[in-house]
Design a protein around this ligand. Structure first.
Ligand SMILES: [Zn+2]
Length: 510
């Protein structure tokens, strides 16, 4: 026996004696992760295609049932036990997998339902028949035979509803599970995967379901595999998201539309009244003027540093949106989304275009949305808006006003609102933050881009509040994916790197 061999045996014995976990010693290098991701991306394309082929608009429960069954089988095949968490409509699905000596329990959020589709506006036969496409030199997306995917280019894309939002990430996760299982990489944490089938409806039944199943969902932290990466398409972690509330505001004129010649200058115009109300809520720089609206939010020097570290190109953002100026709520993009917003998302009164007519309309309506942040209580913000309208001399009712109400008040408006869910925000220096940052650093050789809070909303606060756990999003998809619109897609390079990211996280010790 050579000295070398004896030496190796001694080392092996020592390793056993001190109980060093062998898998721990085999650190997942960037090269190994790349090789695994490449292999399992290729291997999982048929699965991705299969999943995307199931219609998933949540207003059709019979379609959602097919998606639930698919997920039950996919997770069951991978040694997860699945439980349906029933609600008054479609269930949530929980898939659990335990390890021998878990350090922690990690809750993982996946979204399986998708936005409605308008097939006529998709440049393919059917949004539920995935199309593989490449961009021609003329800049057109050209459909190719699926067999070509064996030799895919990173910039090719798969077009179908939910490719990016968010069946793509669900398929990546399953592929990553296959990769760690085949390579005998065992996470040192238990996994609870919660699948939402009503996310695009605003997850209306999620908060109560979490309250009712607190014990079942008990975990130490939450990882969300959803959302697009930073515009630079570099590895990104998102530590929070704004919440959302909506308001419907209606003003009233005469009981029916009146001839604007006969009654112009006499019957008050509800569209003008609505415009005056709305205009009185903001200054010329887009800041809400209602006293107290931004109370409680301060961006200190440390926070500003965190926000400025995101490599946004303000010029590029403005160029892309074709806006010659920005609102001045914040001094730059990241800062602007740390505040609650007050947005008019739609307005209606009378008729326009070829239907325009010379009338004093009978009513005018605005739909508003308020993106919420942690510091501002949503009920308080909504009531500030309502009090502001009352302060302008309006009698504010919940329902359509009666004749008596119309006759006895000079100005009448109706006001209804809904708080969907609150915001969440996790500190960078938490166990989950450090763990995910290390995993991504290991996978890509550089610190990820860290976003304090995303502007958009995800229904995560019920978990954060009820289970009292921190949450971080790991976005993987390309930002230009046409999410919610026709021709939604995922870039294949993002799909493969998403698998790499997830393998890196699953292999990173907590
Ligand atoms: Zn969505």
């Amino acid at each position: 026996m050579s000295f070398n061999r004896v030496f190796r045996i001694v080392v092996a014995l020592l390793v056993l004696l001190v109980g060093v976990n062998i898998t721990n010693a085999q650190k997942l290098t960037e090269e190994k992760l790349d090789a695994m991701a490449a292999k399992y991306a290729l291997q999982s394309f048929p699965m991705l295609k299969d999943l995307l082929s199931i219609p998933n608009d949540a207003i059709y429960p019979e379609d959602i049932e097919k998606n639930i069954k698919w997920c039950e089988k996919a997770f069951g095949d991978r040694d997860f036990t699945t439980t349906r968490i029933e609600t008054s409509t479609v269930p949530l699905l929980l898939a659990e997998r335990k390890v021998k000596k878990p350090k922690k329990t990690v809750l993982i959020y996946l979204q399986i339902d998708g936005q409605p589709v308008d097939t006529s506006r998709w440049f393919q036969k059917d949004p539920y028949i995935p199309a593989l496409k490449m961009k021609t030199v003329e800049g057109e997306w050209k459909e190719m035979d699926w067999s070509k995917i064996e030799n895919y280019d990173d910039d090719w894309r798969v077009f179908a509803r939910s490719t990016s939002d968010a069946k793509g990430p669900a398929a990546m996760f399953l592929a990553a599970i296959d990769a760690i299982d085949d390579n005998k990489i065992s996470p040192n944490f238990d996994m609870k995967v919660i699948m939402d089938f009503e996310e695009e409806l605003g997850s209306p039944r999620l908060p109560q379901a979490v309250i009712d199943n607190k014990e079942l969902l008990k975990s130490d932290m939450l990882v969300i595999f959803d959302g697009p990466m930073h515009i630079t398409n570099k590895p990104t972690l998102v530590f929070g998201a704004r919440g959302i509330a909506t308001i419907q505001l209606t003003t009233y004129g005469p009981i029916a539309p009146q001839h604007s010649g006969h009654y112009g200058n006499y019957a008050p115009n509800p569209a003008f009244r609505l415009s005056q109300i709305l205009a009185s809520m903001k200054d010329d720089d887009g800041r809400v003027t209602i006293p107290g609206y931004y109370d409680g939010i301060t961006i200190d020097a440390q926070t500003e540093k965190i926000l400025r570290a995101v490599p946004d190109d303000e010029k590029e953002i403005q160029d892309r949106l074709q806006i010659g100026s920005t609102d001045k709520v914040g001094r730059f993009y990241q800062e602007s989304i740390q505040y609650p917003s007050l947005n008019i998302r739609g307005m209606q009164s009378g008729w326009i275009n070829e239907k325009a007519r010379t009338i004093v309309p009978d009513w005018a309506r605005a739909e508003l949305d308020l993106r919420l942040v942690l510091e501002s209580d949503p009920e308080r913000l909504v009531s500030l808006v309502k009090k502001h309208i009352e302060g302008l001399g309006y009698y504010v009712t919940k329902d359509t006003p009666t004749k008596e109400e119309r006759m006895s008040h000079e100005k009448v408006a109706s006001f209804t609102y809904e708080i969907s869910y609150q915001s969440f925000r996790t500190d960078y220096n938490t166990e989950i933050g450090i763990w995910l940052k290390e995993a991504l650093k290991n996978a890509y050789g550089a610190d990820p881009i860290m976003e304090r809070m995303a502007g958009g909303s995800i229904p995560i606060s019920p978990f954060v509040t009820t289970l009292d756990i921190p949450a971080v999003s790991v976005p993987t998809v390309n930002r230009d994916n046409n999410q919610h619109s026709p021709n939604e897609n995922i870039r294949l390079g993002n799909y493969r790197d998403g698998i790499k990211t997830m393998i890196a996280i699953l292999g990173q010790k907590l």
